[in-house]
Design a protein around this ligand. Sequence first.
Ligand code: FES
Length: 274
Amino acid sequence: MAAQIDEGALDPQLLAELREIPARYPQSRSALLPMLHLVQSYEGRVTSRGIEACADILGITAAEVSGVATFYTMYKRRPVGDYHVGVCTNTLCAVMGGDAIFERLKDHLDVGNDETTDDGKITLEHVECNAACDYAPVVMVNWEFMDNQTPQSATQLVDDLREGKEVRSTRGPRICTWRQAERVLAGFPDDLADEGPAAGPASLLGLEIARERGWRAPGDKGSDERDGGTDTTAAKQSGVDAQTSMGRAPAEEHIEESGAETKGEDAGGKKEGS
Ligand code: FES
């Protein structure tokens, strides 16, 4: 049986917005994830009353909501500070300096993992892969990337955040508070989505190389037609097994215009066999 909402316990605006979210989905219970983010944006964590409100609105049990809230690490049962600082300590970031960054921040902030500073500003957590391995070691502040960090830069970062200075992600966007970020994750945009690039140069390097070499995905219809299904692709010319080549670049015309497809050059610009 679904729990009943204590209407006096939650901000009425939160309740009103929670009730808006299910209408976005064909199956109302699909709304649970953004609803929990919205609870966090108002309450600073996933509270019991927030769980009960979600359960009541969706017609599911509080236990079902709690099961979701305790499964995903982005949902917090303890209060989070103004800035959630996640240091990637997964393998690549760890060996590139993530472990050292995490240790430095623990000492500097005098907190342990998943703890918040006394002033309520910073919650420190080690996280496992931010999907930005090409910028290792990576720190995230409220899920915005801080690429290529060092212990020194990370220390400066948390100092600036605590002092209230404007801090920008290394990819451009201004860092907002954790509660503001949670509101965006709940599907209430702050109109800042266009700040900064969608993907950084390191993430696009493979695509750039593929374009330069004329690499295409095996079985790509366009390249099959052009090459008559033979082994005359640029990948073959450069000695690269087409089965392992990069995906086809969408701007194929650019490749053809540049003439890269017929050069048969390797990454260093050397002709094969030279
Ligand atoms: S290992 Fe750190 S972002 Fe992937």
